[in-house]
Structure formats: structure tokens, C-alpha cells
Design a protein around this ligand. Structure first.
Ligand SMILES: N[C@@H](CCC(=O)N[C@@H](CS)C(=O)NCC(=O)O)C(=O)O
Length: 220
């Protein structure tokens, strides 16, 4: 039987992308929790370039970078498609997944954890980027249409982690008023059974985020 291992961190949306891909395909795997403050020799061996989780190891062969791993999973195993079959739709899915990583997640995260002018700039950038995603859903249940695909899994931070963080830090960015499609999508995605079962517990994330706030200087 194929040996499938995931080196991850329980609270990481990138790590969860890989687990969601494997769950979607029905692939069994061994999960290895990494301590990111004290990375294992194996993680450093498997991902010497970025030294980050997640890493998927399939029969001893390591693959890094969550979006690359998702494409690998799609090609290596039968089961529901992660990427569409049509070449144009595939290209579009890759475009939006890259857009999420480059244009959405960084300013959204920064908007939560920065202050003053930096925060305002990040909020503006994040709002602009989210508008594109809001339009892209365009009445569909998921970015992939009726079923969950690459863009939905790539957007997991937007659907689950961000609303929790927003509430903790008192930010109102992805509101239902401004982003009704995205808000509906987030609900549908997080309540899809295989997703719901694999999301990190809300209270554990809240604890982590509250810890970050407490560790910040008093002026924040
Ligand atoms: N682009 C990477 C991002 C992965 C990433 O940022 N992983 C973080 C945890 S959420 C990590 O391993 N950080 C450890 C470090 O930077 O030293 C991917 O998509 O896999």
C-alpha cells in the first residue's frame, strides 16, 4: 500500500489545504504535527528550500507548497476532481488560487495584526482584492461550481480563519453587507461535512489569536 505522510501544523490553513485535498480524494495518510519553533530534521530534509509545512511525502518522495501539493494529489489519485478537466477552467482555477495567496491572504493577515496607517493600507488592499473574489463566485455555490475544488480549498483562510481573527481583533472587513456572496460561500464551505470535520477547533484558534494580542506591545 502507498505510504502517504503529511507534515503539518494543526492551526495552519496551508496545512489544512493538503489534508482537505486528501480527504476529498479519500486517501488515507499519516499526519505528523511539526513544532514550528523546533522543526524536525525530517521537515528540514524534505523542505530544505522553504523549511515550511506542509510537506506531503508519497512513497518517500517529498512535495512542498500547498497549491503544488493539491495539484499533485489531483493527478496522483482517482476520485473527485480538485482541478477542472477543461484546460481553460483549469487555468482559471490556478489563476484564482495564486491570486488568493498573493493578493488576498497577505493584506488580510496584515490588516488584523498591524496598526495605524499600515493597517488602513492593508484594509484597503484586502477590500479591493476581496471584491474580485466576490464577483468571481457569481451565484455559484462554490468557486468550483456545485462542488468544492482548488479555489475553494485555497480560500480556506478566507472562509474560516479570517472571520475568527477579525472578531478577535475587532476588525470589520469581510462583512455580509459588503460581501454577500463570499459570506454565503464561507458558510457553505465550512459546513460541508468533510471540511467541517477537519477544520481546527474554533476555541483553540481563538486562544492562539488572543495570545498574539497579549504578546503585542501595549500601544497596539
Ligand atoms: N506558500 C506556502 C506557505 C506555507 C507556510 O507559510 N507555512 C508556515 C505555517 S502556516 C510555516 O511553515 N512557517 C514556518 C516558518 O516560516 O518558519 C504553502 O502554500 O505551502
Amino acid at each position: 500500500m502507498a505510504e502517504v505522510k503529511v507534515f503539518g501544523a494543526w492551526g495552519s490553513p496551508f496545512s489544512k489545504r493538503v489534508e482537505m485535498g486528501l480527504k476529498l480524494k479519500g486517501v488515507e495518510y499519516e499526519y505528523i504535527e511539526e513544532d514550528l519553533k523546533n522543526k524536525s530534521t525530517l521537515l528540514l530534509k524534505y523542505n530544505p528550500v522553504h523549511k515550511k509545512i506542509p510537506v506531503l511525502v508519497h512513497n518517500g518522495k517529498p512535495i512542498s507548497e500547498s497549491l503544488v501539493i493539491l495539484e499533485y494529489i489531483d493527478e496522483a489519485w482517482e476520485g473527485p476532481n480538485i482541478l477542472p478537466k477543461d484546460p481553460y477552467e483549469r487555468a482559471k482555477a490556478r489563476f484564482w488560487a495564486k491570486f488568493i495567496d498573493e493578493k488576498c491572504v497577505p493584506p488580510m493577515w496584515k490588516a488584523c495584526w498591524s496598526i495605524g496607517e499600515e493597517r488602513e493600507k492593508a484594509k484597503e488592499e484586502a477590500s479591493e482584492a476581496l471584491k474580485f473574489l466576490e464577483n468571481e463566485i457569481n451565484g455559484q455555490k462554490f468557486f468550483g461550481g456545485d462542488t468544492i475544488g482548488l479555489v475553494d480549498i485555497a480560500a480556506n483562510f478566507i472562509g474560516y480563519w479570517f472571520p475568527i481573527t477579525e472578531e478577535i481583533v475587532g476588525l470589520e472587513l469581510m462583512t455580509q453587507d459588503k460581501y454577500p456572496n463570499l459570506s454565503k460561500w464561507a458558510y457553505e464551505y465550512c459546513n460541508c461535512s468533510f471540511v467541517k470535520e477537519n477544520l481546527p477547533p474554533n476555541d483553540k484558534l481563538v486562544e492562539i489569536f488572543k495570545g498574539i494580542i497579549q504578546a503585542q506591545p501595549a500601544s497596539n
